[in-house]
Design a protein around this ligand. Structure first.
Ligand SMILES: [Zn+2]
Length: 301
């Protein structure tokens, strides 16, 4: 058994990604015999409102143009919540959530309203943060017949309130952060008890177009990042399950060819939690990403 372990974290952000991207990823993973962890956006698809990031975040427009987001996401998606009404995601496709669970994958909550959380979390009063997670949680339970055991915040955006509410939900673990190894977060001087399993690799949209990385050589880069122990790769139903599907299939072939062992994040939580340290968690910038993300830091005393 190889010592390189990879957990695939699938973020499902949109209505179209749930409808088209997830079934495609399920088929791909079935073919490779891989089980992953899928995080669903449960409420309205307000993707069109992400347009406000063009005005509020430096570099967002350049990034949208560089990654050709409109072709990855589709014109309709770019208008949801603005010129077109925001469609409800999980209510529209409960069968997709059930099929994901029935195929042996782990299913968790990404959010209620992705754009709202990603753009406005720091300004939410605590009851609003609780309501976003609460609405997502009750619909999850209604569709899957059990409570969610894990959540993963949109755009790796967290606050002390969101961590506190996740503690209160009694989750097994969360995957809200970027970093190197599982840890217990300390934010704004407060320690939280829900294990964090951070994403360790950059996402496709962060590195495409940077440092000569193209769709043709991006997998060389990913293979070069592979380390022994746990690697966590976040993919998107809209990208790896859509326009970048061929590249993702090649990545899986190469990882399997090296004898990498695939686990779900839940399995990783069990396997790698022992001795997990307390680390500071802070919002900060990452290369290739327009907004701030929650980053694991060594604990400062
Ligand atoms: Zn997302």
């Amino acid at each position: 058994m190889g010592s390189e372990v990879v957990a695939l974290k699938v973020d499902v952000d949109t209505y179209a990604g749930t409808r088209d991207g997830v079934p495609r990823l399920l088929e791909t993973m079935e073919r490779f015999g891989i089980r992953a962890t899928f995080y669903f956006s449960m409420g309205p698809d307000n993707s069109g409102k992400a347009i406000r990031r063009i005005f509020t975040r430096k570099g967002f427009l350049a990034k949208m143009l560089r990654t050709r987001a409109p072709s990855a996401y589709g014109l309709k998606t770019m208008l949801y919540g603005t010129l077109l009404p925001a469609p409800m995601i999980a209510e529209s496709f409960p069968g997709v959530l059930r099929a994901t669970a029935e195929s042996g994958h782990e299913v968790g909550i990404h959010c209620w309203d992705h754009v709202k959380w990603h753009d406005l979390l720091p300004w939410f009063p605590k009851p609003v943060t609780a309501m976003e997670l609460g609405k997502a949680g009750s619909l999850f339970e209604r569709i899957l017949g059990r409570r969610a055991r894990t959540t993963a915040a949109p755009g790796w955006t967290v606050s002390p309130d969101s961590l506190e509410i996740q503690d209160a939900m009694g989750l097994d673990y969360c995957s809200d952060s970027r970093g190197s190894h599982p840890f217990y977060p300390r934010m704004a001087g407060r320690e939280f008890r829900t294990l964090q399993i951070p994403t360790t690799w950059p996402t496709m949209d962060e590195i495409l177009g940077e440092n000569g990385i193209t769709p043709g050589n991006i997998n060389d880069h990913y293979i070069s990042l592979l380390k022994s122990g746990l690697n966590v790769h976040t993919i998107h139903a809209e990208m790896e399950g859509g326009v970048m599907a061929a590249s993702f299939v090649e990545l899986l072939q190469r990882l399997q060819g090296r004898g990498v062992r695939f686990v779900t994040l839940g399995e990783a939580a069990v396997e790698f939690a022992a001795g997990a340290p307390v680390c500071d968690l802070m919002m900060g910038g990452l290369p290739g990403r327009a907004g701030d993300v929650a980053i694991q830091r060594p604990l400062t005393v």
